[in-house]
Design a protein around this ligand. Structure first.
Ligand code: ZN
Ligand code: ZN
Length: 268
């Protein structure tokens, strides 16, 4: 897994499993996405499909042009497709929030998220060949029970830590924007991200990558410190890191938990 960049100016995640590569969101200008993929030796032609979480520009900006240029298939919920003229123009495959879809070596479960978009989703991607499970949970105001339950038993988790509540309160936004960001359908604060991380942390979780950090109302240091203290008394022993708006971070790997579990079962 690589995060090609994450934040209000664009989001894109590359996942690789077996011989399948897919993109979750393509929210940068096409030239930027291509440049960042090439920077980590990922040929855009090697991407099979893009799955879009919701219609906001920072998630769909590059989708139409890149699907046309490289022949990627596009997948999104019916609500997302209806709300995005760009997406509708590239012949996407639609699904409903709650549905599962399969693309190559990956089985993808979608769960409706709490965000001010038509039919936004959190995704859990399971590798068929290794069993590794990766959750992508950003652009959500609160973690509903179904989102929380879907994020248990992951190997890797991309988790939104959008803002520090005090920085948001003291920040440059008008009251209406602050209310939208901190509301049920807005973005997850560091505090709420910490609560969710604590809830789903377990020994097999190898990577937590904080994402969609606000450039005005957060710092990676604050986000990492808040989430780190929230999970300090859990059994989490993996790596906690933060994505960046303007550069690629990764690759992140799930580790060998599945193989170990199989060996233990065999020994018993
Ligand atoms: Zn976003
Ligand atoms: Zn959004």
């Amino acid at each position: 897994m690589w995060l090609l960049g994450s934040g209000s100016r664009g989001n894109a995640v590359v996942l690789e499993s077996g011989d399948t590569r897919l993109l979750v969101d393509a929210g940068f200008a096409p030239s930027i996405l291509v440049e960042r993929m090439r920077a980590v030796d990922i040929a855009p032609e090697s991407i099979q499909a893009v799955v879009v979480t919701h219609e906001h520009t920072d998630h769909v900006r590059g989708v139409r042009v890149l699907c046309e240029r490289f022949g990627w298939a596009a997948y999104a919920t019916a609500g997302t497709i209806t709300a995005s003229r760009d997406l509708a123009g590239c012949g996407p495959t639609s699904f409903r929030a709650g549905d599962g879809i399969s693309i190559g070596d990956m089985d993808i479960l979608s769960v409706k998220s709490s965000h001010d978009a038509a039919e936004p989703v959190v995704l859990v991607v399971t590798s068929r060949s290794s069993g590794a499970r990766t959750g992508i949970a950003y652009d959500l105001g609160i973690a509903t029970q179904s989102v929380t339950d879907a994020l248990r038993d992951l190997d890797m988790l991309i988790l939104e830590a959008n803002h520090d509540e005090l920085m948001l309160h003291a920040g440059p936004y008008p009251a209406s924007v602050r209310a939208r960001i901190s509301g049920r359908n807005g973005h997850l604060s560091n505090g709420r991200a910490g609560q969710l991380a604590r809830e789903v942390a377990h020994r097999g979780l190898r990577q937590i990558v904080l994402a969609h950090l606000s450039e005005k109302c957060n710092t990676s240091r604050t986000a990492l410190s808040d989430v780190n203290s929230a999970i300090s008394r859990t059994r989490f022993s993996g790596r906690l890191s933060a994505a960046h708006q303007d550069r690629v971070v990764g690759p992140f790997e799930p580790g060998a938990r599945r193989a170990t579990a199989v060996q233990l079962d065999f020994a018993l």
